[in-house]
Write a protein that binds this ligand. Structure first.
Ligand code: PMP
Ligand code: GLU
Length: 398
């Protein structure tokens, strides 16, 4: 059967593909340590699970309004007000089946042929795919490691054209862990406001920040910038709720209405049970997510320190998320078993073959000098896995 051309425009999500591959190898009996998918290894907190169970017992198992219940929208509105000092009404909020779904629907609602969408790289693997599936053009804006992987204002000015529709911002960033400081974001906000383009702010890692580094949203940077911003967030990462599939967007009413309209013709409402659980996540006790962040911080310190002891690898300390993004390019050109490691895909393959360690090649995120390791795994796995990487690299012929 001839498939639609759009299928060939994109690749399957590499982060999910690597995790599936690692899991398949584990099933075959290989002792694989997985640093692949960015998925919290913690269980969903018990109060949240109980809210889901109660929803089932209460018979809250039917369709809800397409964009989420009023009760959940109110919980999101309160969260955005309290955490982000952003005020929205119910008609400015839509709840979807995960932030990935939110971003996909948003892209379908906003972008079309001829539109350019700025995506700073390294980027989360799905952003270019969302834009391509909407027939628009991703404009990759390469950030530099020496700039802390953040967009400089002159760089942003340099890529804006009359066709620019939006920029996708992600702070803390998957995969670099970079967090924009107030002044950095303010400088970008001035340009965005002056150019009248839309900012899509993917705040999914908002709460996974370490050492008291503050989180800022671009919508707060200037008067009226809220009218040019769509805030996207979800519960997957903060509350270890990846399987519950709840994400949401808040922004200008016309955009949110368009997203809801599209959603009404694809999934309808997100799962009723998950909506109830999300209300508990947002309104309930926040001790569990805080403990998770503390644990991620310790793991980050351990993984970064260990990676930096390996000759040929340098790793910047991420300020947020649960990803380490070491530069491994000094090891390119090295040969093994008659082959040569010349890029991040070769490097990741070498680690899987020789060290039984699964990582994601940086090329998936638009940066071939790096690999990404998710440290949302136990300290024991981190220690064992990085030791294995060290041994595998010591064994390389240089
Ligand atoms: N944005 C970023 C940057 C992510 O890393 C993820 C992780 N999958 C998402 C959005 C989507 O998360 P979810 O669909 O689970 O809400
Ligand atoms: N966002 C996570 C990651 O980057 C989950 C996988 C995905 O949705 O791509 O690994």
């Amino acid at each position: 059967m001839k498939l639609a051309e759009r299928v060939n425009r994109i690749k399957a999500s590499p982060t999910l593909a690597i995790t599936e591959k690692a899991n398949a190898l584990k099933k075959e009996g290989r002792d694989i340590i997985g640093f692949g998918a960015g998925e919290p290894d913690f269980d969903t907190p018990v109060n949240i699970k109980n809210a889901g169970i109660k929803a089932i017992e209460d018979g809250f198992t039917k369709y809800t309004p397409v964009g989420g219940t009023d009760e959940l929208k109110d919980a999101i509105i309160d969260k955005l007000k309290m955490d982000n000092q952003l005020t929205y009404s119910r008609s400015q909020v839509v709840v979807s089946c995960g932030a990935k779904h939110t971003l996909y629907n948003l892209s379908q609602a906003l972008f079309e042929k001829g539109d350019e969408v700025i995506i700073p790289s390294p980027y989360w693997v799905s952003y270019p795919a969302f834009v391509l599936l909407a027939d628009a053009t991703p404009v990759i804006l390469e950030t530099k490691e020496q700039d802390g992987f953040k967009v400089r204002p002159d760089q942003l000015e340099g890529v804006i054209t009359k066709n620019t529709k939006a920029i996708i911002l992600n702070s803390p960033s998957n995969p670099t862990g970079a967090v924009y400081a107030f002044e950095e974001l303010k400088a970008l906000a001035d340009i965005i406001a002056g150019s009248n383009i839309l900012a899509i702010s993917d705040d999914i890692y908002e709460k996974i920040i370490f050492d008291g580094v503050p989180f800022f949203n671009i919508a707060n940077m200037r008067e009226n910038l809220k009218d040019l911003t769509v805030v996207v967030n979800g519960v997957s990462k903060t509350y270890a709720m990846t399987g519950w599939r709840i994400g949401y967007a808040a922004g200008p009413e016309d955009i949110i209405a368009a997203v809801s309209k599209i959603q009404s013709q694809n999934t309808s409402n997100p799962t009723s049970i998950s909506q109830k659980a999300t209300i508990e996540a947002l309104r309930g006790n926040q001790d569990d997510p805080r403990k998770m962040v503390e644990e991620y911080r310790e793991r980050r310190n351990c993984i970064v320190e260990m990676l930096n002891t390996i000759e040929g690898i340098t790793c910047v300390k991420p300020q947020g998320t649960f990803y380490a993004f070491p530069n491994v390019s000094k090891l390119y050109g090295v040969s093994y078993n008659g082959g040569t490691i010349s890029n991040s895909v070769d490097f990741a393959e070498y680690l899987l073959d020789e060290a039984n360690v699964a990582v994601v090649p940086g090329s998936a995120f638009g940066s071939d000098d790096h690999i990404r390791l998710s440290y949302a795994t136990s300290m024991e796995n981190i220690r064992k896995g990085i030791e294995r990487i060290k041994t595998a690299i010591d064994n390389l012929k240089r």
